[in-house]
Design a binder for this molecule. Sequence first.
Ligand code: NAD
Length: 436
Amino acid sequence: MADRYLSFTGSAPGRFLTRTLGLPQPVPLRRWTPQRPALDGVLLIRTAGTSALADPLPDDLGLPVAAEAEHPAAVLVDATGVATTGDLARVHAALHPLVRAIATSGRVVVLGAPPSPTDHHQAAVQQALEGFVRSLGKELGRGRTANLVRARSGAAAASTLRFLLSPRSAYVSGQVIGTGDDAPEQLADPECPLAGRTALVTGAARGIGAEVARVLARDGARLVCLDVPGAEEALRATAAALPGGASALALDVTAADAAERIAAALPDGLDVLVHNAGITRDRRLANMPAERWSSVLDVNLTSVLDTTDALLAAGVLRRGGRIVATASIAGIAGNNGQTNYAASKAGIIGLVRSLAPRAAAEHGVTVNAVAPGFIETKMTAAVPLFIREAGRRMNSLAQGGLPVDVAETTAWFASPASAAVNGQVVRVCGQSLLGA
Ligand code: NAD
């Protein structure tokens, strides 16, 4: 659905009026296109004190690095060695002179270290970086974002840094992402990271799922698109539009034999499993019949738990595989009328955090979740006008996200280069004020 306010504020009278009235001033976000795959400008790298990274940052972070620039596209501050409040001042010193000059749709990425369980001074100041980055994200404006990556290894953090420093992360701001130590796989073709891999996306007939399928196919994956039999026509159209011989699987994920049928459709195994199918049946708890409760829990959580368990146990997910589940900011912040939906989406977060280390150790598979905020789809087009307008504006970027924003985040999780990204829940919400 068109965001008329965003178009209006893009015009000269709109800019004047909204500035005069103190209204939100969103700018159109700069997203990835084949013609403009990188941000325009250079990356400045600063180190707050001494880096504590075990190995250096890779040379290629997707942007040319410069020592100085009038309007940098991005600034990366290595704050991994920050261990005292005195050191913290170095983060201020690194960014204070630059922040105003960062280009429209620019990026700030702070690289921190995991907080220490034994050194509470280090833990305090590393946690301080979280408040710092989240506040900066709210201040930046002009489509600029700020995120914190906690890392020990520069090489292992590379895919995450490249994502955050690119137009692919346009609607990701105010996030804290931890990366582990697993060495990344070297990509034969960085333009086609999923070449030779098979991905299955549930709920792929429309909305976010259809876009996830498109972006994973763009990145080289062979797609199996799944949706309910009632949506088979749209599902077939989605699959037919994809390159690489995509197939359609008409199946209700809550069916008793869902995992068996998925496995049967994947005789050569699966590399990327995207649990995207989801429903809402909103009603306040006092008015919610049991059927509304259970249908949402069945689709959004139970089916995800059951198919994940069955596909892992049967070895359908190959080593190096990726599971990406779909949570929601409602599962973090809660939402009036959505006790069922928020419970199901919070459950996804619990699943990801618990399963991730075991899935990696036992199956060589990572498990992460996207938590979308307000994304422009049929689901949100059905929301009453004033609530919809509030949902769009109540985030640091003052606009709704697009399905492609969730899809790009999923593609980053799905990449073979993201072996060190595990157990993460990343909000794609423009730094929504809900649950902030
Ligand atoms: P959508 O309603 O447009 O699409 C959901 C798809 O899932 C539909 O094609 C539907 O047929 C399919 N589906 C539903 N039940 C199914 C079942 N039992 N088996 C197989 N397929 C089934 O929704 P969307 O906006 O694209 O949302 C996609 C996911 O993102 C959902 O999990 C949703 O909860 C989540 N999400 C969306 C938003 C948003 O703003 N749109 C925000 C937060 C989270």
